[in-house]
Design a binder for this molecule. Structure first.
Ligand code: SD4
Length: 306
């Protein structure tokens, strides 16, 4: 069938992640394995200051990670406010597969990871620590739009800039099954204990194997408020195309908080059961990467409202 397998993911760094996911998909592997393997590339990338190791810390200097994963059966697993573990997505998958729960947070999530073969790692690398110390001079928390793509360069951001980088990935495998994954270190210099949308099933990620999947990036508070990814999937169920569904979810954010919406970035990405995909963002500058049998690593610029 045309349209599968396919994998899409947020931002320019999705290109490298998709390549890894494609290894699984092109070998007729399961979408769940593809998304886990794919986003691990972003988690391991030290030049990416907001996913996994190398991520910017919170305002107290702690790198705290959020991640979730969802499969074709509606199983899901999530970790939030997890510290010292380099691959939160794999812990989230283990929560899904080895516990009766969906979500583990903080020290409980860490203890679970350590009991299951993960080892502790210092996630605060010198360049991120330097950026944090720079930030401490003014302590001004203000998310900067589309900083995600700038982070792709090797030059680190000065400490008085923020960034919100998340990788959200959706895949449809050769068997026609959908899965998704989302992982982040959240908003740079957030309050200690802050959890964003990325580990919240329905907000940062949602997959319904009958319909499609959606994921989000940007200021998580607005996505949680609107249960964004669930909304996108439900709109696709009502017949919206992936792009139209993402646009409607973006509109919902504008309707709820018109003033805030002008100042921030939020982007949605969606993939339906037929392998059709689309995106929409509040602001220009949101990009995503796509990989299928015809187009490898194509970068698609998302549509936007402002
Ligand atoms: C958060 N949504 O923690 C994440 C950040 C993000 O691109 O997506 N950045 O709110």
């Amino acid at each position: 069938v045309k349209g599968k397998p396919i994998v899409i993911s947020t931002w320019d760094f999705g290109i490298a992640a998709n390549k890894e996911a494609w290894k699984v998909l092109s070998a007729n592997g399961r979408a769940l394995d593809a998304v886990e393997q794919g986003v691990k590339v972003a988690e391991a990338d030290l030049n990416n200051p907001t996913v996994g190791k190398g991520g910017y810390p919170d305002r107290d200097g702690f790198v705290t990670l959020d991640a979730c994963i969802m499969d074709e059966f509606g199983n899901c697993g999530s970790v939030a406010f997890l510290q010292n573990i380099a691959h939160p997505i794999s812990v989230a998958r283990m929560v899904m597969e080895k516990t009766p729960h969906v979500m583990l947070v903080g020290d409980g999530a860490l203890q679970f990871a350590l009991q299951n073969g993960f080892s502790e790692d210092n996630l605060l690398i010198p360049s991120s620590e330097k950026a944090w110390k720079e930030w401490l001079k003014e302590k001004n928390y203000k998310p900067v739009m589309n900083i995600e793509n700038k982070s792709f360069s090797t030059e680190r951001l000065p400490g008085n800039q923020y960034n919100h980088d998340t990788i959200g990935m959706l895949a449809l495998d050769a068997a026609g099954n959908l899965s998704g994954a989302c992982t982040t270190s959240g908003m740079a210099f957030k309050m200690h204990g802050r959890v964003g949308d990325s580990p919240i099933i329905g907000a940062g990620l949602y997959v319904d194997n009958e319909i499609g999947g959606a994921t989000s990036t940007g200021v998580g508070e607005e996505v949680i408020r609107t249960v964004g990814s669930f909304l996108v999937v439900e709109l696709m169920r009502q017949g919206y195309s992936p792009e139209a569904a993402c646009k409607e979810a973006v509109n919902r954010i504008i309707k709820k908080k018109p003033e805030t919406a002008k100042e921030i970035q939020v982007g949605f990405l969606a993939l339906n059961k037929n392998g059709e995909y689309g995106s929409y963002a509040l602001q220009k500058g949101f990009s995503y990467a796509l990989c299928n049998s015809e187009k490898q690593d194509l970068l698609v610029k998302g549509k936007h409202i402002y």
